[in-house]
Design a protein around this ligand. Structure first.
Ligand code: NOJ
Length: 719
């Protein structure tokens, strides 16, 4: 289909058919769906008729080639102009082969593997009939109370942007010519990751400067990579709900950034303009959202029920509707749906690709690179002696994490299964010890008895996956008390204890660190999680992951992030007073584990950085050289990180900002020379008037294996 034909199609459409394109409803609403259940009720409540459904433009949440083909076939038969449906789903960290949660992927710092993970997710989803994935979620996250931090790659704008690009490349490839690709939808625009108090959906209020400096870059990076769609956010931003925010969407996203793809509301967010208190009724909500630039309304019926009335009353023009419809039709055209409405949906390909050995191997590899070693007092790797595996996650399949709705427990490798591949049955004693939030004396006693018979204890503890994710905010971010008590009881036996943590956010882990000899942050590692963990625990894979989000010392410090600003009274200044400095009286200022932190079974030693010159110019970048030596007898991977500080800016500058990183593999005792370059472009920032430029003057460059333990040198940027 040509662009001209697309316009002709638009000309043939009635207003009702156009409005239909702006509607997205869940699978059970559609004829041909395998489970239509009690859909009649919800349809009536929403004021949606069978005729409306026949004109709808897209489906949410469908999966499975045969069901989707049925829905599409029925729809084409019912639609006067045979306009195919777009099928959209949340394919966030894998489809049926589940990869680690995105926060864990962030900890891999492995951009290629991240791209591979979304390419595999796209392939499995595409053969199952999906056209659009509601991912990547790139909301910058600094508050671990917010349950959705597990969906983002963390707290750093540069790292998040790098991953945003990688995920988009993996999902989309060349959408128009490649097979097994899906369109990506970056979300949630904007700043959904900064709700007050970490409570989901809550108020966001932030300066334009902060927004542009820290929160917007990752969305922009996804769009620069060609991301086809954007989803709005639930939160208000500076007083106006994102979903009705014209300044955010028409002015910034469309005008300034030139985005001409499809903008979809988040689930029910158009109608939520009512409880937000900016629209008196659904008609006003429809008017605001469409004027603000929202093309598709997800799961509510303000558009379908009110657009024609709004046009009759002269409150909306049909041009605005045409513009939105054309964008949706253009995406359908790009996906080739007018020629082949089923695209890659194929039952045979489903059997061949889904959960294939290749996909599982990729999931295992990425999981092992996402698991962060937080502490190790000579306990790991495990020796193949008698091991007690204790705790509610010992044999739990709840290790896929939120947004793994297509992943099945029976396909999941649990920790005990993974460990059984390394030791004999009688070397491994297994006991749950307690449930996640409750426990009995009997369970505890059984665990203690098993632990007594072992040489080393592996304690698998954590959060239930419902304790994070959407609507999974927590005010107390510790491991539930019953599990901490279990750890203490086991520790009292005086044997080495390795704690393996399963959770969706940085937790307050002080008590765990105090009581365990080694601590492994497994996050939710996905389908192959048990194998990946066993690989790490037994030393077949050397841990290499580094935190992409700081672990707070206590909840009272939150938000605590590495790229913060100085105050006028820094605690560590040479002339700092005892009291009147920026500090807590009862806590350190620093995180317990900083951004970029993670141990290995190797030891890496960094030389001082050497600069190519003291002064750099706009034309001549700076070269920063250093040597990294593996001083151990174990080969391993290290992520060498480079940070910069602008010492005097027109506005304040972060104490450190990640500018680059390199992952290197070093054989035992090997030394490698690393070279980074820093160009003037990397030193730019938003000034008070939002101009993005650099300032001449003094800078500091830092290199190291995490954001805290660094060596630094100063340099100048000349005019
Ligand atoms: C609500 C979530 O906020 C969003 O991320 C998701 O894509 C939609 N629901 C659709 O499931």
């Amino acid at each position: 289909m040509t662009d001209h034909q697309l316009k002709e199609l638009l000309d043939q459409m009635t207003l009702e058919e156009k409005t239909g394109q702006l509607v997205q409803l869940a699978t059970p609403f559609f004829e041909g769906a395998s489970d239509r259940g009690q859909i009649t009720g919800p349809m009536q409540d929403m004021g949606i008729s069978d005729e409306d459904i026949k004109k709808a433009g897209s489906v949410l949440g469908a999966s499975g080639a045969s069901e989707i083909k049925n829905i599409q076939k029925k729809h084409l038969e019912n639609h006067r102009l045979s306009i195919p449906l777009l099928i959209m789903s949340d394919i966030v960290h894998g489809f049926k082969t589940i990869f680690p949660v995105p926060l864990a992927i962030g900890c891999s710092w492995d951009v290629e593997l991240a791209e591979q993970s979304s390419a595999i997710a796209a392939k499995e989803a595409a053969v199952s009939g999906v056209h659009v994935s509601f991912a990547p979620m790139v909301d910058l996250s600094r508050d671990p109370r917010w349950g959705r931090v597990m969906e983002s790659t963390g707290e750093d704008p540069f790292l998040n942007s790098t991953f945003a690009r990688a995920f988009v490349r993996g999902f989309q490839g060349n959408l128009e010519s490649d097979n097994y690709k899906v369109a990506a939808c970056v979300k949630h625009f904007a700043a959904y990751g900064a709700p007050e108090g970490g409570r989901d959906y809550n108020t966001v209020d932030m300066s334009e400067w902060m927004l542009r400096e820290s929160y917007l870059p990752a969305y922009k990076a996804a769009l620069d990579e060609g991301c086809e769609m954007v989803m709005t956010a639930f939160n208000i931003l500076n007083g106006i709900p994102s979903t009705g925010n014209k300044a955010l969407m028409r002015d910034l996203l469309r005008e300034e950034w030139g985005f001409d793809g499809v903008l979809i509301s988040d689930w029910g967010a158009v109608k939520e303009l009512l409880p937000h208190g900016v629209a008196a009724n659904e008609k006003e909500a429809a008017e605001q959202a469409l004027k603000a630039g929202v093309d598709i309304e997800m799961m509510t019926s303000c558009y379908v029920n009110h657009i024609s009335e709004l046009i009759e009353e002269g409150k909306l023009t049909e041009d605005l509707v045409d513009e939105a419809v054309l964008r949706i039709l253009t995406l359908k055209k790009k996906l080739g749906l007018f020629e082949n409405p089923y695209r890659d949906a194929d039952e045979e390909a489903e059997k061949e690709f889904i959960l294939s050995a290749e996909h599982r191997a990729a999931a295992r590899n990425l999981a092992s690179k996402s698991i962060v070693l937080l502490k190790n007092e000579d306990v790991l790797p495990l020796k193949k002696e008698k091991i007690a595996l204790i705790g509610p996650f010992s044999n739990s399949t709840d290790i896929l994490g939120p947004w793994s709705w297509a992943g099945a427990p029976e396909d999941t490798i649990t920790l005990d299964q993974g460990m059984k591949n390394h030791v004999t049955e009688d070397q491994l004693l297994i006991s749950n010890g307690c449930e996640i939030e409750t426990g009995t004396e009997e369970q505890l006693q059984e665990a203690v008895e098993k632990a007594k018979q072992a040489d080393t204890i592996v304690l698998a503890i954590g959060e239930h996956s419902d304790m994070s994710g959407e609507a999974g905010s927590r005010a107390e971010i510790t491991i539930p008390k019953v599990q901490v008590d279990l750890l203490k009881k086991i520790k009292a036996l005086g044997k080495p204890v390795v704690a393996v943590l399963f959770n969706g956010r940085p937790l307050d882990v002080k008590e765990i660190i105090e009581n365990a000899d080694a601590v492994v942050e497994a996050w939710y590692p996905g389908t192959e999680g048990g194998n990946a963990l066993a690989d790490i625990l037994f030393g077949e894979v050397n841990p290499s992951a580094k935190l992409s989000m700081s672990f707070p010392y206590s909840i009272g410090q939150v938000p605590v992030y590495y790229n913060n600003y100085n105050t006028g009274r820094p605690k560590d200044a040479p002339d700092a007073q005892v009291r009147y400095v920026s500090q807590y009286l009862d806590n350190p200022n620093e995180a317990l584990f900083p951004f970029g932190y993670g141990l290995s079974y190797s030891n890496f030693e960094y030389s001082e950085p050497v600069l190519s010159s003291e002064t750099i110019t706009k034309e001549e970048p700076l070269r920063v050289r250093l040597n990294v030596k593996n001083t151990s007898d174990t080969a391993g991977e290290e992520t060498v990180q480079l940070y910069v500080r602008d010492l005097v800016g027109q506005v304040v500058r972060p104490l450190k900002e990640l500018k680059d990183f390199k992952k290197i593999y070093l054989e035992a005792r090997e030394t490698r020379q690393i070279e980074f370059t820093i160009s003037e472009e990397q030193l730019r920032y938003h000034h008070a008037d939002m101009e993005y430029k650099s300032d001449a003057g003094e800078f500091e460059v830092f290199v190291g294996g995490n954001s805290r333990d660094v060596q630094s040198k100063k340099f100048n940027l000349s005019d």
